[in-house]
Design a binder for this molecule. Structure first.
Ligand code: PMP
Length: 364
């Protein structure tokens, strides 16, 4: 279960033609039990979330709040997020994971006759949203070293641009000066910078929001905040962009984030100290793992994310993927052109990564 399926039934008489045409995104495998399994395939954080976020869940009063509808504006959460970045609450939009935030962004900004530009190797939800909303996808090849060639995005009549920074699944980071070039290339269209992994070493484009009315930055609590199960993500931009997202959101569902998620996310975002410590720990483990895999002969793309993209020596990535699976270590293999020689390995605890390195040593 590593790839979007392409062989779905299309002749169900009850489905609308629009649904019959879809090829939905298939996420990385989520095994029923993770006991005895080292799970390094979906870039989750290996540590529990901030104790302050955990304390919210342990509050005995919490269930009684469920009687009431949540705050449809998520005001406390948006105010807390805004304060972290020196922004106003009107510059923050929240949704059920950044996947949903991105869905609203595609709907609000990219649903146009002109093509949307994004890298050919990138987060595989982007082509899925293009299909869902009838947007033409114009993919631009990464360079040989997997870096993004910004000059290639100088395409007249584009409907917008979206890139993850760092990119997924490569982990490669694009410096802010180049993000600025992208923003200048398409001043009349929205440029979305999907910063799902930015806390693990890159500089955020949030610093550019004041100067660029076309910039939308998307973040998630799933990775650096260790809250993938909570499903909270957010977008930051000038207020006019956030208003566009709210129009779309309120047309689908006026209560986008549930009440428990609002409270837990607020506590997690406010705990900056925990975030900084956690990221430092993951980064240290990443660097250590890279050094050890390098010694074994792996070719590793420089990563500023909580995963690495690594090409094994001697055997194919698929064979190593299968050999690791037999040893109860699960990493991500993509059976796609150019990247099928690599494995994407999420950064786990030091113990988990030591087990991964030991297993690679045994197999290679
Ligand atoms: N963007 C990128 C680049 C990702 O890799 C992911 C995680 N699969 C997401 C967005 C979505 O994260 P979430 O919906 O958990 O916030």
């Amino acid at each position: 279960m590593t790839e979007p399926t392409t062989d779905q039934t299309t002749d169900n008489p009850f489905w609308s033609p629009a649904v019959a045409r879809l090829h939905p995104y298939v996420p990385g495998e989520q095994p029923k039990t993770t006991a005895r399994l080292i799970k390094l395939n979906t870039n989750e954080n290996p540590y529990p979330p901030s104790p302050k976020a955990q304390a919210v869940l342990q509050d005995p009063q919490l269930p009684s709040h469920l009687r009431l509808y949540p705050d449809p504006e998520s005001t406390e959460l948006r105010t807390t997020i805004a304060a972290q970045f020196g922004l106003q609450a009107e510059q923050v939009f929240v949704g059920n994971g950044s996947d949903e935030v991105l869905a609203h962004a595609f709907y609000s900004f990219f649903q146009r006759p002109e093509p949307l530009l994004f890298p050919d190797i990138t987060y595989s939800f982007y082509p899925v949203y293009c299909e869902l909303y009838g947007i033409e996808a114009r993919t631009l090849p990464l360079r040989e070293d997997f870096s993004i060639a910004v000059a290639d995005y100088a395409i007249d009549g584009a409907g917008g641009v979206i890139i993850p920074n760092p990119n997924a699944p490569t982990g490669r980071y694009l410096p802010l000066a180049e993000i600025e070039q992208l923003l200048k290339l398409h001043p009349e269209r929205v440029v979305v910078i999907d910063e799902a992994y930015i806390d693990f070493g890159g500089d955020s484009a949030i610093a550019l929001i004041d100067r660029y009315p076309n910039l939308l930055v998307v973040h998630t609590l799933s990775k650096s905040h260790a809250l993938a199960g909570l499903r909270v993500g957010y977008a930051l931009g000038q207020a006019h962009l956030i208003e566009g997202l709210n129009r779309a959101k309120n047309s689908f569902n006026s209560y986008p984030i549930d009440g428990i998620a609002q409270k837990v996310a607020t506590a997690a975002i406010a705990d900056r100290t925990w975030l900084v410590d956690n990221c430092a720990r993951v980064i240290a483990t990443r660097e250590d793992t890279c050094a050890q895999l390098n010694e074994l002969g792996f070719e590793i793309i420089p990563s500023t994310a909580n995963f690495i993209f690594a090409k094994p020596p001697k055997i194919s990535a698929e064979d190593l993927f299968l050999a690791l699976r037999e040893r109860n270590i699960i990493v991500r293999y993509f059976n796609k052109p150019r990247i099928s020689e690599y494995l994407r390995i999420s950064i786990g605890t030091d113990e988990e990564m030591a087990a991964l390195v030991a297993a690679c040593r045994e197999v290679l």
